[in-house]
Design a protein around this ligand. Sequence first.
Ligand code: BG6
Length: 485
Amino acid sequence: MSSTTDLVIFGALGDLSKRKLFPALYQLDRAGLLDASVRIAAVARDNINTPAFIEQLHLVLQKAFGPAAFDVASWLRFSHRLHYIKIDFAQKKQFLALKDWLLAGRTAIYYLATPPSMFSPISKHLDAAGCVAADSRIVLEKPIGHDLKSSQEVNSAVADCFAEGNIYRIDHYLGKETVQNLLALRFANRMINSQWDNSSIDHVQITAAEVVGIEGRWGYYDKVGQLRDMIQNHLLQLLCMVAMEPPNSLQADEIRAEKVKILRALSPITVDTVAEQAVRGQYTAGWVGGKPVVGYMEEEGSERESSNTETFVALKTYIDNWRWAGVPFYLRTGKRMHSKVTEVVITYKDHPHGIFPDRDRGAHNRLIIRLQPNEGIELEMVSKKQSLKERMGLEKRRLNLDFFDSSGESRIADAYERLFLEVIKGDQWLFVSRDEIEASWRWCDTLLDAWNKKGLGVKGYSAGSWGPSKAEMLIEKDQRSWHES
Ligand code: BG6
């Protein structure tokens, strides 16, 4: 790892910084993975100084980790790296304060945990203030744009100041250990890889269900919706990891080239197919974890009489290539659902001819890849019932590999820890290329456009359920059903 890094976090007092970025950096330091010479600048517009920032962060981290997991010696070491710089991001001249802090001969990494509207001005002001050297890196949080056109504008504005090889676009799902494990599962296991195509697989399901609602973000979320918030990035990235061809190597360019091929091969959902292939929903009041919760329209910050913004999406798509032709990929994601679960379920085809009389349709082999929580892999297999009463009765059994139990680690690292390490190393394999972002927006724009042209509204679903009944119908009409976690 580069020992001469100056890490600059823009938006250092924001929610993401407090919840994810600083806790991740503290954990890296604690684990001895942050080189002693790494310096960290926290940049925001509030009028505070370094000691006040350190005090604030101390309280935040103590609260986040709790007394048992908060290590005072690690914190002291970590806090010595921190420096607060007050900058109003819209004021070009104020970037000179950052220029004064940077040291020659060190690699600067700018992490933009800011609203996306700031990506372009911050890049320009950094450049104008002389803060951008040939090796300076910039890290962009999602969302990058609102559609293809706006994402191209953002990408082009940042590209005016940073080379593509120095732009790190975050999709935090790629930082999750379990998502990276999809590569190991597929490409390090001959047994799995040799059965990974349309001759063996019946269909694929990808679910990312959340229990949380809008979390005080109504104003923002209502302009975005679940398709842009989750499908455009996280679910399509998962789909790429499941469906891509083996890359030539684990080099970033090789992996990203394979992913973009999948995104370009995604069959568009158009005006003609949208009613059959996609459902959008919006939660109404209900019960979550035994407590009553309000509906989307009654959430704090709701400003309108009605809204057609979806908090749930279920869809069926295909990948138009040699390996996957004819295999449906069902994607499902929503807020305020029954439980938090992110998983990929691969259902295998049945044998062409059955010799077991009592074998029912529910007895296919299934590979369930649990990304969170209870990270692990389950393989549903059919085995003989241990019984003298039946000649050859069958039953479904599960092989269960629990990552947490078997890893020997006391915790699974947060995605942001891994992502920081990679950006400091200068490796883009877990970051999204411009081509991927644009291919993904192109596909999402077609779907959004089809929904709007068809005038298809959101279907209500009770908070705490698995989504609108239409979502069940979407898969059941194909004689399949959603996997129940
Ligand atoms: C974010 C979305 O990118 O991912 C949030 O903006 C969502 O709306 C979150 O809640 C989910 O992340 P995770 O890691 O909890 O699955």
